[in-house]
Design a protein around this ligand. Structure first.
Ligand code: HEM
Length: 412
């Protein structure tokens, strides 16, 4: 076994590697070049095949019957997998479903993220974008853009859509952060698997109360639609309803805030492009797509092979896990011209930050709308912006992005 490749493979599972852009991208580039279908045995994790080329990620996602999400859709340490399975606290979400069940459950939410619903939501999103840019004025020209602004705005959007009271936002925000940033010491305080299970249970209690309230008194929000949805005539179990809210609250929040914060950092580091975008806001749609490619907040999802399958001459055995590396696919030299260049005009931009196929991100259009609304409000009012300290990334192999972005700015 080639030691360099072995190290690169293990890097994919190492949360700390994602806090260091150079380190992770060096490892990914090596795998793309020399071992695009690579068997990884990383300490603490069940082994998996690392899939690092764009075309291969698509080939797998295009065949959901051959590569299923259950039973291992995300990369968590072996000990944690066993513990949550034993305690029955593994949330059952779209992400762990396949086939007809996935289609039916996904359909409950689809309309809420379609063009009609988004048009309806646009006014609210624009209003929130303005409020958050206004909030930047309160910091006297200097803030941590991530913790002061970016983490709050998308959560505000998503929790408004779900229909939760604003007074509950801080509690849900901190629980969602703990659930997702669990590998990062600054967030979980080193509590590990035990802390993870405790957070899951607290969220469950909170959301079970929500289900009961919406069943007693239905309203017009998404939580009510989920609580009162019927599959084959029956309501969802409390656990499945809670899983649905949690998926939406968690999937829709850190990912979008990471894209907005990482997008701003990319603009600061490319001042010419910042100016061009300020001069011509019609570039926002391509700029936002490029920000999302650039950041690629979700580092991976996994699939499990239901049959032996040959990919690039390598046999993936039935029952093996494959890890789809989105950050790698989105820097694939075979598809992207100068993939390491941030380019607000990049077209086409066939990035896989939202995945592909039947599990394609349900909230992709909403996420893009939020980012566009934010920059449409910020950029015309921004006279200057620069880094005011060291930008720091989360140490996580799941949903990542900036943890801190200290900035100094002049805003009108
Ligand atoms: C699924 C990325 C924002 C809700 C996914 C997947 C990715 C992803 C990679 C898995 C796709 C696959 O397996 O092929 C992102 C990124 C976002 C974002 C990068 C922001 C920039 C949102 C928002 C929401 C959302 C705003 C909702 C409010 C979901 C849901 C799924 C999902 C419900 C599961 C879909 C399924 O399994 O059928 N997202 N997402 N996401 N996302 Fe997003």
């Amino acid at each position: 076994m080639n030691i360099k490749l072995m190290g690169a493979g293990r890097t994919l599972a190492d949360p700390a590697a994602y806090a260091n852009d150079d380190r992770i991208h060096k490892a990914l580039a090596l795998l793309r070049r020399e071992a695009p279908v690579h068997w990884v045995e990383a300490p603490g994790y069940r082994p998996f095949w690392a899939i690092t080329r764009h075309a291969d990620v698509m080939e797998i996602e295009r065949q959901p019957d051959l590569f299923r999400n259950a039973p291992r859709p995300i990369l968590v340490p072996d000990a944690m997998e066993k513990r949550t399975a034993a305690q029955g606290t593994n949330f059952r979400t779209l992400v762990s479903m396949d086939g007809a069940e996935h289609r039916q459950v996904r359909a409950i939410g689809t309309d809420w993220f379609g063009p009609g619903a988004l048009r309806h939501l646009e006014t609210r999103v624009t209003e929130l974008a303005r409020q958050y840019v206004d909030r930047m004025l309160e910091f006297d020209g200097e803030c941590d853009f991530v913790t002061d602004i970016a983490v709050h705005y998308p959560l505000d959007v998503i929790l408004s859509l779900l229909g939760l009271p604003r007074s509950d936002f801080p509690r849900v925000l901190s629980l969602a952060k703990e659930l997702l940033g669990n590998a990062d010491q600054e967030i979980n305080g080193g509590r590990g698997a035990e802390g993870f299970v405790a957070v899951q249970q607290e969220l469950l209690t909170y959301f079970n109360e929500l289900t009961a309230a919406r069943r007693a008194t239905p309203t017009t929000d998404l939580a009510s639609a989920i609580a009162n949805a019927r599959l084959d005539g029956a309501l969802l179990s409390e656990f499945d309803a809670a899983s649905y809210y949690i998926l939406i609250a968690t999937a829709g929040h850190d990912t979008t805030s990471a894209s907005i914060a990482g997008g701003l950092q990319a603009l600061i580091e490319n001042p010419q492009q910042l100016r061009q975008l300020q001069d011509d806001l019609t570039l926002l749609p391509t700029a936002v797509d490029e920000m999302i490619r650039w950041v690629t907040p979700i580092k991976c999802f996994l699939r499990t092979a239901t049959e032996d399958y040959v990919l690039r001459g390598t046999t993936i055995r039935k029952g093996d896990s494959v890890l789809l590396s989105y950050p790698s696919a989105n820097r694939d030299e075979d598809l992207f011209e100068e993939p390491f260049r941030f380019d607000i005009r990049r077209t086409p931009n066939r990035h896989l930050a939202f995945g592909f196929g039947v599990h394609y991100c349900l909230g992709a259009a909403l996420a893009k709308m939020e980012a566009r609304a934010f920059f449409a409000e910020l950029l015309p009012r921004l006279d200057s912006v620069q880094l005011a300290g060291k930008a720091e990334l989360f140490a996580t192999n799941f949903i990542g992005g900036l943890k801190h972005l200290p900035i100094r700015y002049k805003l009108r």
